[in-house]
Design a protein around this ligand. Structure first.
Ligand code: MG
Length: 277
């Protein structure tokens, strides 16, 4: 459902917390007019082998139920994973989601919107990558339905070479695509799709519209999501204690602290919410 960009309320200034307090305590106090946008890997879940085995902590199930009830369902995942993978990670929840860095999006009404992708380009990329990884133990191809990545998390010695190979491959074989680099992976993403655009699309629809966007992410693909969130007057939060240049306004040091912050947020804004079904 479309709606006007007339946002009610804006992010508050930081609390004056002591400098040694946990970073999440310095974030603006939670509001029921927030719309939550959450990256997944490195933000809500840690590394797992294989990555398909990742699951959100069961202790977060009641937290998500409360947050969805308190925000009228304005909780969405914004991830590099395919939406089908997100559903496995978040079972039993089926949340609004942007997958593959915004190349696909499932609205709050369950409508699936996918960017059109040239299958012959994807197949050619997969063929090149298959030959490349065959002689480099540990490198993996991450084949998704409308994207592909080169994953070097298990082969850090090849990381620099693999990233260069992937960049050259995309430049040469995949017009219209861009290399989305992450900490341990390079992925092919359509130039027309970003996490920021996915957040913007959600914010034009119910139940997200007229809310304050709050986006948490930990990696390079999240940066344009931070920029979009800032432009919309929202709250952008980078997860991780490592010193990096980021567009995010706020910081949470670790996944464990994100969990603490979410529990606290649910307790803060959930008290007037309808009981979860
Ligand atoms: Mg991440």
């Amino acid at each position: 459902m479309p709606c006007s960009p007339d946002m009610t309320g804006a992010a508050s200034d930081a609390h004056a917390e002591p400098p040694d307090a946990a970073a999440w305590l310095r974030l603006p106090p939670g509001q029921r007019n927030w719309a939550l946008f959450l990256d997944v890997d490195g933000t809500l879940v840690g590394p797992s082998e294989p990555p398909e085995a990742a699951r959100i902590a069961p202790q977060l199930h009641p937290v998500f139920r409360t947050l969805m009830a308190a925000t009228d369902g304005a909780v969405a995942l914004v991830s590099g994973r395919a939406i089908s993978s997100l559903d496995q990670v978040f079972a039993p929840f089926v949340l609004p989601a942007a997958g593959q860095h915004g190349m696909e999006r499932r609205t709050s009404r369950g409508e699936l919107i996918q960017e059109p992708v040239d299958r012959t380009i994807l197949d050619a990329l997969i063929a090149h990558l298959t030959r490349y990884v065959a002689t480099r133990p540990g490198l993996e191809i991450d084949i998704k339905n409308i994207s592909v990545g080169l994953d070097y998390r298990l082969a850090p010695a090849y990381a620099a070479e693999a990233a260069d190979f992937f960049q050259d491959l995309i430049d040469r074989e995949a017009p219209g695509f861009h290399v989305q680099r992450g900490k341990t992976i390079s992925e092919a993403r359509l130039l027309s799709a970003t996490k920021g655009r996915a957040i913007e699309a959600f914010m034009a629809e119910s139940p997200f519209c007229n809310r304050v966007p709050v986006f948490l992410g930990d990696d390079l693909p999240d940066e344009d999501g931070f920029v979009t969130t800032n432009r919309l007057g929202g709250v952008s939060v980078r997860v991780g204690a490592d010193p990096v240049t980021t567009a995010a306004q706020w910081r949470i040091d670790s996944i464990a602290e994100v969990h603490d912050w979410l529990k606290n947020l649910a307790a803060t804004i959930g008290d007037k919410a309808q009981p979860a079904p």
